[in-house]
Design a binder for this molecule. Structure first.
Ligand code: ATP
Ligand code: MG
Length: 203
């Protein structure tokens, strides 16, 4: 990533039901109260490629994980070049609900080599801050009130292991998201404000 880039790019990632959407939106609200110019965005994006990914058809049709990874990478390229980078150039804080870490975790859990996933996402700029909200897969599935089929649970367990490896390698910062929502909200806000301070972010 170019060191001259303006703006601040923060990502919240993690398994299903860990609290990404709730905390991304609360973070945006809290930053707006402090007069920061903030944009919330999500993967898959609202673009035609993102909408195609989110379609019921794709959720219910078993496609090869390679195809999933390529579709997500295509959506990510479009999302970055048409939305995220222009907003950063306009000096906004961009909060993304999921990013490339989801591809590493979900397609990785289905057996794809991490290097292959990284290669097809080589354009993905490094965020200024990437947070991983950690919960047990059982907690995530229960929060979503989805039927925790054994298949879902097994996949989510593998997904979580990959996220935890990304924490170990320093790519993600772990937040214990099983705790009370308000405690988690405050911790996320503190970390974000500290990071903004560290880079002397100018509004
Ligand atoms: N710390 C928490 N304690 C209790 N409930 C929580 C906590 N964090 C989130 N929740 C609740 O869990 C549910 C799932 O949260 P949310 O939709 O933010 O998860 P998500 O990570 O965005 O899930 P998905 O991957 O499906 O988009 C919501 O009803 C939310 O209010
Ligand atoms: Mg969500």
């Amino acid at each position: 990533m170019s060191s001259t880039r303006k703006g601040f790019f923060v990502v919240l990632d993690g398994i299903d039901g860990c609290g990404k959407t709730v905390h991304s939106k609360m973070l945006c609200e809290q930053l707006r109260v402090l007069d920061y110019d903030v944009a919330y965005t999500t993967e898959p994006s609202k673009s035609p490629i993102g909408q195609f990914i989110a379609q019921k058809f794709l959720r219910e049709t078993k496609v090869a994980p390679q195809i999933e990874a390529l579709l997500f990478a295509a959506d990510r390229f479009h999302h970055l070049t048409s939305e995220i980078i222009p907003m950063l150039d306009a000096n906004k804080i961009v909060v993304s609900d999921r990013y490339v870490y989801s591809s590493l975790a979900y397609q990785g859990a289905q057996g794809l080599a991490p290097d292959w996933i990284k290669q097809i996402n080589c354009f993905a700029i490094r965020p200024d801050l990437a947070l991983y909200l950690d919960v047990l897969p059982e907690t995530g599935l229960a929060r979503k009130r989805s039927r925790s089929t054994l298949e879902n649970l097994d996949l989510e367990k593998k997904v979580r292991e990959i996220y935890l490896d990304l924490v170990k390698s320093g790519e993600l910062v772990k937040i214990d998201s099983y705790r009370n929502r308000d405690v988690v909200r405050k911790e996320i806000m503190e970390i974000v404000l500290r990071s903004l301070d560290k880079i002397h972010f100018q509004r």
